[in-house]
Design a protein around this ligand. Structure first.
Ligand SMILES: Cc1ncc(COP(=O)(O)O)c(C=O)c1O
Length: 446
């Protein structure tokens, strides 16, 4: 005879949700706030939301590719079936050819082949998985100061410590990188350092590109300090194709001939369409298996259909054509923003300075020390009242940084990120005018 067990009633306290430590460390990404602000205040011109230009998205190109993809039943079924965890073979082969062309040297000279390529759901997924398989709470990741703030949020969620490396207008300073590593060594913390993350082209947020001569030096410094185990470089090349002046330099990965140290993250989000949310990476051999195993837990393969679409975009030359068009569109927007800054600040009383990027989507504004750009400061509020939004520099600096207002790229209190991607030239001019107007009232009493 079975006996019924009576379950006692539980109090509200006992039923409270017990979130994992990781969930408790995870905060809303600041960009969500800026996106919401822009939507909630239609009069506001947002220089904050990092959207690509809506008008030049590849609508016609995508339509044509889709027509072709769906015209033959067999190929269509292949694309509509599940794919593999590492990604569509043809896309991975074409990705190698694309990187080969970008680097201007044979893939075999750089130990690059399709077996080291993994397609992910945006490069963001790759950034997450790399961090997940390499880092335990308390491990140290070095990043540029400033650096891409969404990734710093990811690192915070994982529980990593994020330590800044000084930068100037030519990117991370190799000697300063060595000094940071030497300091960590002296305090016995070098064994905790596992990764240097670096957005090395037209950096989000500063617009700065790592100078060609510094690239092998950064690799050399990291390899030299890999005494307690390998320190990887996660080179994020999200904006690499968006070059408006000269040519983009070789990647740091291209100097890593055996491919043991550098993880190269690329994406279609900036060069084609973020709505397709697809990225690909070139990995050190030993990371391929562990990353695939973890990706198996995420989704056992990114959207197969989109990968077929993107393979066609590469193979038919539509991707290259589209990049050509984007360069023209963004070059004009960047010029409009730089000219507007020149006009607004040349005649005003605020000695602001800013970066002059040769590509990407961002300009970095550095104000005199007495200005406070932080979200809780008066300037941010005054800008909202004037109808303009920026990303305060405070979000772009890692928690452990010595960056100060007087540094070449300023510090967390006196800087801001301005985006020119998704606004027409006249709006960009108006936005800069409003910003300069807000700044003219002075540093404002805090
Ligand atoms: C520097 C950088 N890396 C990675 C990403 C992620 O892009 P996605 O996941 O769309 O490829 C972004 C997006 O803005 C970015 O700015």
């Amino acid at each position: 005879m079975s006996r019924r067990v009576r379950i006692p009633p539980v109090s509200a306290k006992e039923t409270s949700v017990r979130f994992s430590q990781r969930a408790q460390r995870t905060c809303e990404q600041p960009i969500a706030f800026f996106m919401k602000q822009a939507v909630a205040n239609p009069g506001l011109i947002s220089l904050a939301a990092g959207l690509v230009d809506t008008e030049s998205l590849p609508v016609e190109e995508t339509r044509e590719i889709l027509r072709g993809l769906l015209s033959a039943d067999g190929a269509a079924r292949h694309a509509l079936q599940y794919g593999t965890t590492d990604g569509y073979d043809r896309l991975r082969e074409l990705a190698v050819a694309h990187v080969e062309a970008l680097e201007g040297r044979p893939a075999s000279d750089m130990s690059i082949d399709p077996s080291r390529v993994i397609v992910t759901t945006g490069s963001q997924q790759l950034l997450y998985i790399v961090s997940d398989i390499l880092l335990d709470p308390g491990d140290i990741v070095l990043v540029g100061a400033p650096e891409y703030f969404v990734y710093m949020g990811t690192l915070e969620s994982i529980g990593a410590r994020v330590v800044g490396v000084p930068m100037d207008e030519q990117g991370i300073i190799p000697e300063a990188l060595s000094d940071v590593l030497a300091d960590l060594d002296r305090s016995g913390q070098l064994p905790l350092v596992k990764l240097l993350y670096y957005d090395s082209y037209y950096q989000n947020p500063s617009g700065v590109t790592s100078a060609p001569a510094r690239r092998p030096e950064i690799l050399e410094a990291v390899e030299r300090w890999s005494r307690h185990g390998r320190i990887f470089i996660l080179e994020d090349a999200a904006y690499r194709e968006l070059c408006y002046e000269g040519t983009s330099p070789r990647s740091i990965r291209s100097y890593d001939r055996s491919g043991r140290t550098v993880i190269l993250a690329q994406t279609f989000s900036k060069s084609f369409s973020p709505g397709l949310k697809t990225g690909y990476s070139i990995l050190p051999e030993e990371l391929v298996g562990p990353i695939l195993q973890q990706k198996g837990n995420h989704d056992f393969g990114s959207c197969n259909f989109v990968q077929h679409l993107l393979a066609e975009a590469f193979a038919t030359g539509r991707h290259a054509e589209h990049v050509g068009k984007l360069k023209r569109v963004y070059r004009a927007k960047l010029s409009a923003m730089l000219e507007a800054l020149e006009t607004a600040f040349a005649s005003g009383s605020v000695p602001a300075r800013w970066t002059r990027p040769q590509g990407g989507l961002y300009v970095w504004l550095v104000l005199p020390e007495e200005f406070d750009t932080r979200m809780k400061g008066p300037l941010f509020q005054r800008c909202i009242e004037k109808g303009v939004l920026y990303v305060p520099g405070e979000y772009c600096f890692p928690p452990e940084t010595n960056a100060s207002a007087a540094d070449p790229l300023g510090g967390p209190r006196n800087t801001m990120r301005l985006t020119f991607g998704n606004l027409p030239a006249e709006k960009l001019r108006e936005a800069i005018h409003r910003l300069a107007d807000a700044l003219e009232s002075g540093p404002a009493a805090s």
